[in-house]
Design a protein around this ligand. Sequence first.
Ligand SMILES: [Zn+2]
Length: 236
Amino acid sequence: MTQLTINNQPYDLLKQQFKTSPYTNGNGHNGHAVATLEELEQPASKSAEQVAVENAVYTILTNIGEDPGRQGLERTPTRVAKAFAELTSGYHVDPQALINDAVFDVAYDELVLVKNIDFFSLCEHHMLPFYGQAHVAYIPSGKVIGLSKIPRIVEMFARRLQVQERMTQQIADFLTETLQPQGVAVVVEGQHMCAAMRGVKKANARMTTSAMTGSFKHNPQTRGEFLDHIARHGDH
Ligand SMILES: [Zn+2]
């Protein structure tokens, strides 16, 4: 196994490590007698971005006083890079492809509401998770969107570095642009690990944000109906 005690050239060390991995060199091995399932699922080549993130994680490990070479951490840079790629995959979602023929002309002008959409995001200030539930409603004006698309819209905006306020607004704006409805209402309830785990350590503090447009903004009755629906379901 590569001796990983030198910390001034992690990039070269990692390159060396990758060069001897079974995925980039059929003859070599990386210290494991048998490749793990996780390793077998690795693509044969890594993108420059993935390697760069791996190197950055290696640097973090080294500088927080860890030994990136010990068994449990050996593949941590790779795992973290993959996890971050997934958790920030919203940057690469094509909104038009996501909607993909799921907008329909329908003469319906009552409240459409999707409640309790679980989301997981990363705060842009600490890159720590915040997560919770989103409630999304709109009142159509001739167009509706397939119900399954709304959680995917939430996910597209959640899987990025975010602040909850902006995420809430982006969901509302996207539906407004896509459907041009009579109104859109989005309420997001989130728990922020950066607040729970550090600093003030308010583990149960929840943050609620909302964005209301059109009839939800201007008609108290419409807004009230929406908020009643959420409250009723929010009890459990
Ligand atoms: Zn934060």
